[in-house]
Design a protein around this ligand. Sequence first.
Ligand code: FE2
Ligand code: ZN
Length: 241
Amino acid sequence: MKKLQQIGSGLNAYKVNFNPSLLTALQTMFDEVLKERLNREGYAYLFTGMEQINIQMKFDDLQFHVTSYGTAPLLWISNNNAHTYALFKSFMDELDIMDDIKELVDFENKIEVYCGFFVVGKKMDRETWHKDFQDGANAYTLITPLFELDESHGQLMYKDETSATKVHEYKMNEAVVFGDGFEHATQPYPETDNLRVMLSFTFGTDKVEHWPVLKQTIGEQSNYMILPCGHEKGSCQCVLD
Ligand SMILES: [Fe+2]
Ligand SMILES: [Zn+2]
């Protein structure tokens, strides 16, 4: 393990530092197209967390799918075409952690990046404890602030190996990477004017035999995604739905 540093003993969770330049293109993308749209009055309902949301946002070549599960005031804004996916994926290519990830998952040739997201909120009113993956998913989540968080914005709550609750403070230019077994929640925070914007990815095994476990978590998180076989979801027969 060369780059990833475990965040606590016995935990399937790691941190890694990266050069600020890796974020520039995605910060510009968010600032130039999404920010204004999300701050429109007509879109205030997106942030209430009261209803299931599935909408598209298109800006010429840049296309996004916006999902909220209706269980917490959090928007999952995912790449919704190949062009936008490629811009997200550049971050993962430059981060260059896949040799470390290969020590953690069962894979054939490479680690696939399934999907990129902006995870956006303005408040969190409860602790929604969960694990991102079923055991044996052979996949990971990466999360890092896209912009400096406000003092009041929620940090990452997690359970350590004794099941005690701990808080990991998000830092700019430091990503947290975690897989199955890691129980966590966004720390609740009061409503803020400034959007809390995180950059997130799902990635992992290229073996289709793990898809049945994997799809239980990531199958419906986005509209566009790359499957373990390397093809866009819905475009091939490699996996059974
Ligand atoms: Fe999570
Ligand atoms: Zn395929």
